[in-house]
Design a protein around this ligand. Structure first.
Ligand code: CA
Ligand code: CA
Length: 373
């Protein structure tokens, strides 16, 4: 008898609705939809001026904008007032042509590990060279430089180089071909690549080739890099044709110098034989695609799931709306054409505001974009 009751009780637990008529018609409450903000009207303002070739904009956990300038200076910018506080000037940086102090990344857990990663060009025993160096921020300036990777060829043109640290604590580095296009297909050269290393400079065990920092190859001069949708997106300068927006694929050949942009009929053999990755988008004539970031903030709803790309030659900010999978550009819109001149980088702040930096060479600016309604 007791056993029978117990069984019935258990059955009721499993089939609760069958034992309680009042509940049997009750449906779970429908989830409330996210509030939909109206399309944002945008406003832009000059936040800071008087800079010289700012190259990198990153958001710091101190809620300041950290920037590099090509001649070797690192600064923190107050995002409300635009005031500039110098952090350090790296004396050995040698700015030549397009070269100098380029990309920067901050440790993702900066409050407990205040490491600043820089990539720059310098003279190594008389040879123009690129390296990646990790510094410690002591609250005032940068100390304790540790070289993570060195001996990347540099030149007056095509030095890359954007840095990105992904959530799994890998450092990605775009390198240019440094005016020697053959390097991009040579797996023994560090140039014309996306490199991937651990934050202490060691080579991750899951890189495509054991002991090599090369993650992908066949690149000309990539200056934009961002991770989103579990994908690594890059922007790359083409020659007179075919600027590219790419999804970087592990161990794959992205074509340069044998393939520009998509695999056209005269390039098809090389593409087939080398399993070349085609870009998401290419631009002919070129517009000089540079810094890139990913927008997914409700502040500007019409920009959700978009890549934002700063362009130098085109003097324009591009917004590339992605499909849900993130593997297709479904819409392209342009902003601020010729208003501020050449644009080197774009930064999305956690609060949904967007910052641009110009690269005009004198009185360069940081521009803030936000919603006005
Ligand atoms: Ca390519
Ligand atoms: Ca082509």
């Amino acid at each position: 008898m007791y056993r029978g009751l117990k069984l019935l009780f258990l059955l009721c637990l499993v089939l609760q609705s069958a034992c309680n008529e009042e509940d049997s018609n009750e449906q779970p409450a429908p989830a409330l939809p996210d509030p939909v903000l109206p399309e944002a009207e945008l406003k832009d303002r000059v936040l800071t001026e008087g800079l010289s070739h700012p190259w990198e904009l990153v958001w710091g956990s101190d809620n300041f904008i950290w920037i590099t300038e090509r001649a070797g200076k690192i600064s923190r910018i107050n995002p409300e007032t635009g005031a500039v506080t110098e952090v350090a000037t790296i004396d050995e940086v040698e700015a030549r042509g397009e070269g100098g102090l380029l990309g920067m990344a901050l440790h993702p857990d900066f409050s407990s590990t205040p490491d600043v990663f820089l990539v720059y060009n310098y003279s190594k025993a008389g040879t123009y060279t690129e390296k990646v160096v990790k510094y410690r921020y002591n609250g005032t300036t940068l100390i304790n430089p540790v070289v993570l990777i060195d001996g990347i060829s540099a030149a007056n043109i095509h030095n890359g180089s954007r840095l990105l640290i992904t959530p799994e604590l890998k450092l990605y580095i775009t390198t240019g071909d440094a005016a020697n296009s053959g390097r991009a297909q040579n797996l023994n050269s560090l140039n014309g690549k996306v490199l991937r290393i651990n934050l202490d400079g060691s080579i991750p065990v899951d890189n495509p080739t054991s002991g090599s920092p090369v993650w992908s190859f066949g690149h000309r001069n990539a200056q934009g890099l961002v991770v989103a949708n579990n994908k690594l997106y890059s922007s790359e300068h083409g020659p007179s044709t075919d600027d590219e927006i790419n999804i970087i694929e592990k161990g794959r050949n992205h074509g340069w110098p044998n393939v520009n942009g998509f695999c056209d009929s005269n390039e098809q053999n090389f593409c087939t034989e080398n399993n070349v990755v085609e870009p998401l988008k290419s631009y002919t004539p070129t517009i000089a695609v540079s810094g890139m970031d990913y927008y997914n903030n409700g502040q500007i709803p019409q920009w959700k799931n978009s890549l934002l790309v700063a362009t130098l030659k085109d003097n324009t900010l591009y917004q590339y709306k992605l499909n849900e999978a993130g593997d297709e550009i479904t819409e392209a819109n342009e902003f601020y054409r010729s208003k501020y001149g050449r644009l080197r980088d774009v930064l999305v702040a956690p609060n949904g505001k967007v910052y641009l930096c110009t690269s005009n060479g004198s009185n360069d600016k940081i521009i803030e974009i936000s919603r006005s309604n």
